[in-house]
Write a protein that binds this ligand. Sequence first.
Ligand SMILES: Cc1cc2nc3c(=O)[nH]c(=O)nc-3n(C[C@H](O)[C@H](O)[C@H](O)COP(=O)(O)O)c2cc1C
Length: 193
Amino acid sequence: MTKVQLAPDTTLFPVPIVLITCGAGNEANLFTLNRISSCNAEPPMIAISVRPSRASHDLIEKLGEFVVNIPWPDMESVCDYVGTTTARTTDKWAEAGLTRLPATAVQPPLIAQCPVNIECRVQRSMSLPSHSLFVAEVVALHADTSVLNERQEVDFALAHGLSYRSGIVRERPADNFRPDALWQKVRAWSSYA
Ligand SMILES: Cc1cc2nc3c(=O)[nH]c(=O)nc-3n(C[C@H](O)[C@H](O)[C@H](O)COP(=O)(O)O)c2cc1C
């Protein structure tokens, strides 16, 4: 090995790409997020980091609730689309062809097309230099039967590899971001799904 020293960065691998839903009723929104971690076992807790500039940030603060929706691998373009458009100017649900389902314990909806949906209630939050950290308890979990093993556990090997990449790569869209090209991919996915 020949190593070089690089500028400090988080550089963790792998990082999941998830879709977060937040807000209730007509305000319900979704966005893409990779800064996520399992951070407690009993009770199960998850931490996410969200920039205050996101429209979703205020919705999470307002309700103290969000849902982590884990997408199928072929939803990568959809993830890039809702991770590069804002609810302030775009109806992302309609544009991405995604469907809302009612959650059981929280107000934000589940994304029907995602095989796993994790309902979370915020217990603590902390302002970090660029992001807000929301630490939340998992209060309900939903999974498509096709991703469950014989012990009724979610087994991602059965999901044929979800969207995991290096954190640095997946802070931005997977392809060079060209809105037209991305839009074509999203249309192709939503007419097939
Ligand atoms: C792959 C990917 C990962 C992202 N990860 C995060 C993240 O961890 N935290 C965050 O605040 N924004 C993240 N974003 C950016 C938001 O998804 C993006 O700013 C989105 O447009 C916010 O939508 P909103 O304004 O409707 O809330 C990510 C975007 C992409 C494409």
